[in-house]
Design a protein around this ligand. Structure first.
Ligand code: C2E
Ligand code: CA
Ligand code: CA
Ligand code: CA
Length: 279
């Protein structure tokens, strides 16, 4: 038994070391990625539930690593948040997204706006508002064409700082969406405090919304609450036509998910929007 205990310990310890050294390596390589243009931004359409047209696209960062291949943002964003690299990375994504959106507008898609994910770390950093105004000015993007996606838990730390920043952002004319709604364990009373335009219902509620009564009750409740507060509602993770039909019937405003389009490079987005316009 003693022997087995020791092996178990070694196994855990080895796995822990591998995990730790992977993270140390990634952390160093992330700086190269930012400096050497290994990052790119993909775009996923948000579809108007009534017209079927794309009203908005979400910017999602991608890391094409020279030897490790494609690394998921779910792996490197938390790391970048720990090291503070999220500040430079986030600003890079914001500027790239603004530039691409101006390009999209010049191709005739002026009704389309861009959503950019913003980490709580960025929101709490002094100078964030200036970063946003500089990005808009640098490329000449109208503030109304930019939306920032903020997770509801962003307000749990430094509540006053974050809420003031969000108000200043709204004052610029930039829109705010509450991301992953329902997963943050925050009090519903925060919703009152957040100067948001939109709520995005997390895909964990949408996945089984048709057959699971709790998910259906939560989804319908959130849609109703949001509308009473004057907010629009996006359903994330809409993977099937049945999901889309259900959500339309329940008055969801915007649909996002693989049923319509996956995140894609900018050139593919242009082709997608051109097809949509023609069809
Ligand atoms: P998120 O903001 O909730 O983004 C939506 C995620 O759901 C994306 O994953 C997208 O590819 C995925 N998705 C979209 N439709 C479907 C669907 O129908 N089914 C399923 N199963 N998944 C779907 P992705 O691109 O891997 O991004 C993961 C997370 O990484 C994002 O979640 C966001 O939290 C973070 N992230 C990505 N880009 C950025 C960024 O530029 N800045 C920050 N701070 N975070 C980012
Ligand atoms: Ca998001
Ligand atoms: Ca989300
Ligand atoms: Ca998420």
């Amino acid at each position: 038994a003693k022997q087995q205990g020791r092996n178990t310990y070694q196994w855990y310890s080895q796995e822990f070391n591998e995990e730790a050294s992977y993270r140390v390596a990634l952390r160093n390589e992330l700086q190269d990625a930012i400096d050497q243009e290994q990052l790119s931004v993909y775009y996923q359409p948000l579809i108007d539930a009534h017209t079927g047209q794309t009203r908005n696209v979400e910017a999602l960062v991608r890391w094409q690593h020279p030897t490790r291949g494609l690394i998921s943002p779910a792996d490197f964003i938390p790391l970048a948040e720990e090291t503070g690299q999220i500040i430079a990375l986030g600003e890079w994504v914001l500027r790239k997204a603004c530039r691409d959106m101006v390009h999209l507008h010049s191709r005739g898609f002026r009704h389309c706006s861009i959503s950019v994910n913003v980490s709580p770390i960025q929101l709490r950093k002094e100078g964030f508002i200036l970063t946003v105004t500089n990005a808009l000015k640098a490329f000449g993007l109208p503030p109304e064409s930019l939306e920032l996606e903020v997770v509801e838990s962003a307000v749990l730390l430094d509540t006053d700082v974050v809420i003031n920043t969000l108000h200043a952002i709204r004052a610029l004319g930039v829109h705010i969406a509450i991301d992953d709604f329902g997963t943050g364990f925050s009090s519903l009373s925060y919703i009152k405090l957040l100067p948001a335009n939109k709520i995005k219902i997390d895909r964990s509620f949408i996945k089984d919304v048709i057959e699971n009564r709790s998910d259906a009750a939560i989804t319908q409740g959130v849609i109703s609450m949001a509308h009473h507060l004057g907010l629009e509602v996006v359903a994330e993770g809409v993977e099937t036509e049945a999901h889309a039909t259900y959500l339309r019937k329940n008055h969801c405003d915007l649909l996002q998910g693989f049923a319509f389009a996956r995140p894609m490079p900018f050139d593919d987005l242009l082709a997608f929007l051109n097809d949509q316009g023609a069809g």
